[in-house]
Design a binder for this molecule. Structure first.
Ligand code: GLA
Length: 726
């Protein structure tokens, strides 16, 4: 619920569990008051003060308050050069050439529901689910208006924020910083928790205390990249996985992002999230407007786990727009690790036949089916079926696979082009490059200039002419390099600063067109593994390949990290032929994700085939619990050298699936495991042994699993326990 108190000028935005408050102060200054646990109070105006006025702090014109300076109070959308010396959310270069920016409150409106954001992925909700506040602010000198949008999702306990900037002045202006949201906190008693990584080691969780000064994560790669994820949590120092205060901030964006935190000399953190200002400059002619990507904020009193569970449910219900978000998805096998480029039609049909016998429902033909793509040196951009290699048309191959009762999926890398391709020979200028410079190569490929409509149109037409010829049920959309020598030949010099954002808008446009033209196709995003694992992609593709690293032990930290911000239903995870652990453990780890296979089913032993059949049965048995239940990270692989364990609990607390992986045999074999999130009053039956325990016992006393069959105690072994309330 959103309320405005005319007398105090306080806006109060409540969800079921949280309150957010800001105030229109004298002279239209917008001051942040509070974000946190729900408060019943109406008057929160005293929360704007952060100690006495400093002698070097600028005075605010016309403000009759000796304690007020834009330099020290928490500002709602801080601007550059007008009294606030901390990091600023908005900086506009006006016709005079300076970047002094000062937006003040002009008016507001409150309405049910939530508008979409033009050209950008964003959360959605109907009029019963959410309410929006739009605050209009103005900089009288440039004529720039910034509209601050806040949507509260009452039941989800989540807020979504974005900003629309309009040039109502008479001269062109340039946006140099246009962040999506600012979050101000009154103390630095927080740790910064975020996800870093690299290829084959994505989404590693790290946690460190906030320090005075600026700390930030960012991308300058054109894509989000595996190096940093556009997500930050601020966890109170003593907050744990299940207790204490945590703020989660996630940016729905797939390009150059920035999450910047400044702790000022008073020990007050300011967090900004949005487009990275480095290499960004956006020209707004009079009458033009610019919309920032959307930020999502969560406040949890139940530690990092509570934050993650809120985000998981929220993204499933209010971000993943695909028809497949909650529809049962087919269990797939992917050809990549089984065959790489070395396949033909018959081999794929054999894969499908063997997979079908195991209960697998879809075959994905990965890289290598088009042009003369027999290795990764060539043919990206030539999306024509290599009929010679497939031994017939795509339709013929798909029909053969379908006749076995197996669906068919296909791989694409639409944003890329190899210099050795017909497309490049016809349109060398379509590959991104700054004039007069050599292109830096990466995986033998270049990036297509997706800012240009004719480029997107050409790729779209090529894709449609393949996708419409055969019964394609799935696309893996890959992206295997980042952008260097960034420039577009189609943009004038004064608009080159728009390249990176226009690139992302171009990708979104193409994804939107493909998913709109083929709404029944299940899209899985991939970027050399989990290199573009971000909420923007989640909007279009309900699953994202988490990593090219399919080793089960390595996958534990990758999937645990990703689960901090992303639903388990989105984590692409397959059982591969990677031998470090047995196939049971590989299956148990992949079950903590979308689950699928990435191996040659013909090479499985008879014993392994039986295990796979049992895994397929478990995939179906636990499907709802894993996707729609609550996820608990019990022991994190980054914190414990021996074991990793986790748990799913159904929303009605009637069903529990517990999994443990032994990374290294523990010294102490007696380790009672205490479950979480159960109903203490209910009684749960261990499906395997028939023994019944109270929820209270399972949570407080725990279970000794050291003698559970003995099998799980070896390095790399794993164990599952399934409990059902009686
Ligand atoms: C990337 C992906 C892999 C595979 C290859 C194909 O590396 O992450 O899964 O699709 O490309 O070239």
């Amino acid at each position: 619920m959103i309320r405005f108190n005319e007398t105090t000028g306080v806006f109060k935005l409540d969800t079921k569990t949280t309150t957010y408050a800001l105030r229109v102060y004298q002279e239209g200054y917008l001051v942040h008051l509070y974000y946190g646990a729900k408060l019943p109070d109406d008057d929160l105006s005293h929360l704007m003060y952060r100690g006495w006025f400093d002698s070097l702090s600028p005075w605010a014109h016309g403000v009759d308050d000796p304690l007020f300076s834009a330099d020290i109070v928490p500002m709602e959308y801080p601007t550059n050069g007008a009294g606030d010396f901390r990091i600023s959310a908005l900086s506009v270069r006006g016709r005079d050439g300076n970047t002094v920016t000062d937006v003040r409150y002009v008016g507001h409106r409150i309405f049910k529901g939530k508008p979409g954001l033009t050209g950008l992925p964003a959360t959605f909700g109907n009029e019963d689910e959410c309410e929006t506040l739009e605050i209009e602010t103005e900089d009288p000198v440039t004529g720039v208006r910034a509209f601050l949008l806040y949507t509260v999702f009452e039941d989800s306990g989540v807020m979504a924020r974005s900003v629309r900037i309009e040039n109502r002045g008479e001269a062109a202006v340039e946006l140099e910083r246009a962040y999506s949201a600012c979050l101000e906190l009154p103390t630095m008693d927080y740790d910064m928790v975020h996800l870093y990584g690299k290829w084959a080691k994505e989404n590693t969780t790290t946690r460190h205390p906030l320090a005075h000064g600026i700390q930030a994560i960012q991308s300058k790669r054109g894509m989000t990249g595996p190096n940093h994820n556009p997500f930050v949590a601020l966890a109170q120092k003593h907050a744990t996985e299940e207790t204490g205060e945590v703020y989660g901030v996630s940016l729905i964006y797939s390009g150059n992002f920035s999450m910047e935190i400044e702790v000022d000399t008073r020990g007050c953190p300011r967090l900004l999230t949005g487009i990275n200002p480095t290499d960004f400059r956006w020209r707004l002619e009079p009458g033009e407007s610019f919309t920032t990507p959307e930020a999502v904020t969560v406040y949890s009193e139940n530690g990092l786990g509570g934050m993650s569970r809120t985000l998981h449910r929220f993204y499933l219900n209010h971000l993943m727009r695909s028809v497949w978000a909650k529809r049962k998805r087919p269990l797939l096998i992917n050809s990549w690790e089984a065959a790489y480029f070395d396949f033909d039609g018959d081999k794929l049909v054999e894969f499908a036949r063997a997979a079908k016998e195991l209960g697998i429902e879809m075959l994905v033909m990965d890289d290598g089916w088009f042009g003369n793509r027999f290795d990764d040196h060539r043919a990206l951009g030539d999306w024509k079926v290599n009929e010679k290699k497939l031994g017939g048309t795509l339709k013929q191959l798909v029909d053969r696979v379908n006749a076995l009762g197996v669906q068919f999926g296909i791989w694409y890398e639409p944003e890329m082009i190899n210099p050795d391709s017909d497309l490049f020979r016809a349109h060398p200028d379509w590959a991104v490059c700054a004039p007069g410079r050599e292109r830096s190569m990466s995986r033998y490929q270049c990036v297509l200039d997706m800012t240009r409509k004719e480029v997107r149109d050409a790729i779209y037409e090529q894709m449609v002419s393949v996708l419409s010829t055969a019964n394609i049920a799935y696309i893996k959309w890959d992206c295997n390099r980042h952008i260097t020598e960034a420039a577009s030949l189609a943009l004038p010099p004064e608009r080159q600063g728009e390249f990176f954002h226009r690139y992302v808008l171009g990708v979104y446009d193409l994804m939107d067109r493909i998913t709109t033209a083929f709404p029944e196709i299940l899209l899985e995003n991939c970027s050399s593994g989990g290199g573009r694992f971000d909420p923007g992609m989640l909007y279009y593709s309900p699953q994202i390949w988490a990593s090219d690293n399919t080793d089960a032990i390595e996958r534990l930290s990758i999937q645990f990290g990703a689960s901090l911000a992303y639903p388990i239903a989105a984590l692409g995870a397959h059982v591969s032929a990677n031998p470090r652990t047995g196939i049971e453990t590989r299956g148990n780890v992949a079950l903590c994700g979308t689950f699928g296979y990435e191996l040659d089913p013909g090479k499985l032993t008879a014993e392994e085939k039986e295990i796979v059949k049992a895994q397929v049965a478990e995939y179906h048995k636990y499907y709802e619990l894993i996707r729609y239940g609550d996820f608990y990270r019990l022991t994190a692989p980054t914190e414990d050298p021996f074991v990793c364990d986790w748990e799913f609990v159904s929303e009605d607390q009637d069903e529990v699936l517990y999994t443990r992986v032994i990374m290294r045999r523990p010294e102490n074999l007696y380790q009672p495991v205490r479950l979480r999130g159960l109903d203490p009053e209910k009684y749960y039956e261990d499906e395997e042994t028939g023994q019944v325990y109270s929820g209270a016992l399972l949570m407080h006393a725990g279970l000794d699993l050291s003698t559970a069959g003995g099998r799980w105690l070896q390095d790399g072994a794993s164990l599952k326990k399934h409990f059902i309330a009686r």
